[in-house]
Design a protein around this ligand. Structure first.
Ligand SMILES: Nc1ncnc2c1ncn2[C@@H]1O[C@H](COP(=O)(O)OP(=O)(O)OP(=O)(O)O)[C@@H](O)[C@H]1O
Length: 527
């Protein structure tokens, strides 16, 4: 009779060895192959994978359990080791049971947090931040910083992506907006770097916009507080004046264009980079950026580099591309792939014409304005026009678009963060990644040009567990494109009129029509 501690799934069941002798003998494997553990893991990943998202069989052939090299982590330890050869039958059986029990726990934890994984030997998700110390030897400074920042529990993406990256695996991850992806890649990066070094650039984070790069640099510094890491943002000034051959830099955060320029014109050497993150990876893989990203990826030539891709939207085409450059990667999806945050209440409002939009906006601000509010338009020209229409009287309005200087852009973001402006009119330049605390409402003045753009824009609200609201104005010309957005809305639990869902499917995904000017000010009165 087995009196060992039983998992709660099997509680109440005792094991009669005599009766099940033949079954038991199957466990008497002298030389247990990694394969058996691999298979068990695959079964688990399969159960938890969303349908139709399986990994091709050839991708599953993996080297020995990578997790073995991780301090304090022994669930997938290679059983060919001497210790195991010397084990008695009972001990081997107990060991097996232990592995399966751990797998059960992992599966339950993943289910609880809607974590879907693909890949072999995926490390157990974190139960809490304390495990970072117990399982991975995380230094006290980092645990202290997490606590000081008020992070009590890891978010779902942090629970799974952190152990994956710590176990030396590459990772592509898709998790909702505002769900803590930044910490999910910065925390393991700081743990891997261990301490500051003057040995060239050791980690690179690529972000699609300067604003996001600046924000990510700040987040890195907050997490590294108390430790003398060299964390640098690739500013224009650094790009022009730094001696890259002598630059001590543990973590370099940059947009792709600046990095490419530094590599080709300023002899920036990235051959020692151990850790590369492509944040908002689907954006980085879009035409216009992908060539620059490609040259950075090539310059990061260290064969043992760990690369990771993060975004709230991960189209299949990007996954395909990612698979061609990544080795033995683990795929982590939180909730449903490419879905909007469920914390945002979403609404569609028909305004008939362009003029109707301005009336609707003015009226809604006059009735109730609950700052901070973000208003998205489709171009810099329209951002300027709307700003001219709204920036008068008591309304504290700001604007941000790519025609503004770097300082003007920084000021616009800072003023909005500080509450000096209540309404920020913006193009998609700040639609991704920007973390403004407590944005109560996002207004899509102009209909977003794709479902992905919609997900990112409305994701500036409803972050870190807070609720938010998103209102999307639409005119006659937007109706053919409503269905794309309506699908996203209904997938995240919002009500959508059935006529919209039955609109014909459109092949063309991008929608950026020519719109009538917003301006109501006669041209001769404009400055
Ligand atoms: N474990 C945690 N507990 C509480 N808050 C957290 C935790 N981790 C991160 N946050 C906070 O959640 C907010 C959103 O995090 P972050 O900006 O990393 O989201 P994201 O997933 O990258 O979003 P996006 O897809 O829009 O870029 C931040 O204010 C961050 O400080």
């Amino acid at each position: 009779m087995d009196n060992g501690p039983s998992s709660f799934l099997f509680s109440g069941i005792s094991f009669n060895r005599k009766r099940f002798a033949s079954d038991f003998s199957r466990f008497k494997v002298k030389k247990e192959s990694n394969d058996s553990i691999d298979k068990a893991n695959l079964v688990e990943s399969k159960i938890l994978e969303p349908e139709g998202e399986t990994v091709p069989a050839k991708k599953r052939k993996r080297k020995a359990a990578v997790a073995e090299s991780v301090e304090g982590f022994n669930v997938f330890k290679n059983s060919n080791s001497e210790a195991v050869t010397d084990l008695t039958e009972n001990e081997t059986f107990q060991g097996k049971k232990e592995v399966y029990r751990q797998m059960e726990w992992d599966a339950l934890l993943r289910k609880k947090h809607s974590i879907h994984i693909s890949g072999s030997n995926v490390p157990s998700p974190l139960q809490n931040f304390a495990e970072l110390g117990l399982r991975y030897g995380c230094k006290p400074y980092l645990l202290r910083n997490l606590a000081e920042l008020g992070f009590k529990e890891p978010t779902p993406i942090q629970r799974q992506a952190i152990p994956v990256l710590l176990s030396g695996r590459e990772c592509f991850a898709c998790a909702p907006t505002g769900s803590g992806k930044t910490l999910a890649f910065v925390c393991p990066m700081l743990m891997k770097l261990k301490h500051a070094s003057k040995d060239g650039v050791r980690a690179v984070i690529i972000c699609p916009t300067r604003e996001l790069a600046a924000q990510t640099t700040r987040e890195c510094k907050k997490l590294a507080k108390g430790k003398k890491f060299y964390i640098k943002l690739m500013t224009k000034q650094l790009l022009q004046s730094a001696d890259f051959s002598k630059l001590p830099c543990d973590v370099l955060v940059s947009t792709p264009l600046r990095l490419k320029f530094a590599i080709s014109k300023r002899k920036l050497d990235l051959s020692r980079v151990e850790y590369l993150v492509l944040d908002e990876s689907d954006k980085l893989f879009e035409l216009g950026l992908v060539e620059q990203v490609d040259s950075v990826v090539k310059a990061c030539s260290n064969p043992s580099i760990i690369r990771s891709l993060f975004s709230a939207t991960l189209p299949d085409s990007v996954e395909e591309l990612a698979r061609t450059i990544m080795h033995d990667a683990v795929r982590v999806i939180i909730g449903r792939k490419n879905s909007a945050s469920e914390l945002v209440k979403q609404k569609l409002v028909f305004t008939g014409s362009e003029e109707g939009k301005l009336l609707a906006l003015r009226q809604s601000f006059a009735e109730s304005l609950n700052p901070p509010v973000l208003v998205f338009v489709q171009s810099k020209e329209r951002a300027k026009e709307l700003y001219r229409e709204l920036a008068f009287g008591d309304m504290r309005v700001g604007v941000i678009h790519s025609d503004m200087s770097q300082t003007q852009r920084e000021n616009a973001v800072d003023d909005f963060r500080a509450g000096k402006t209540w309404v920020l009119i913006a193009t998609d330049v700040i639609a991704r990644g920007m973390d403004f605390k407590g944005v109560s409402c996002v207004i899509n003045y102009d209909f977003p040009d794709s479902a992905a753009a919609y997900i990112h824009r409305i994701g500036r609200s409803g972050r870190a567990g807070r609720s938010g609201e998103a209102i999307t104005l639409y005119t006659e010309s937007d109706i053919p494109f409503l269905r794309n957005i309506a699908n996203v809305m209904s997938a995240s639990g919002c009500e959508v009129p059935s006529w919209i869902l039955s609109l014909p499917k459109l092949k063309r995904k991008k929608h950026r029509p020519l719109r009538d000017s917003i301006s109501t000010i006669p041209e001769d009165q404009e400055e």
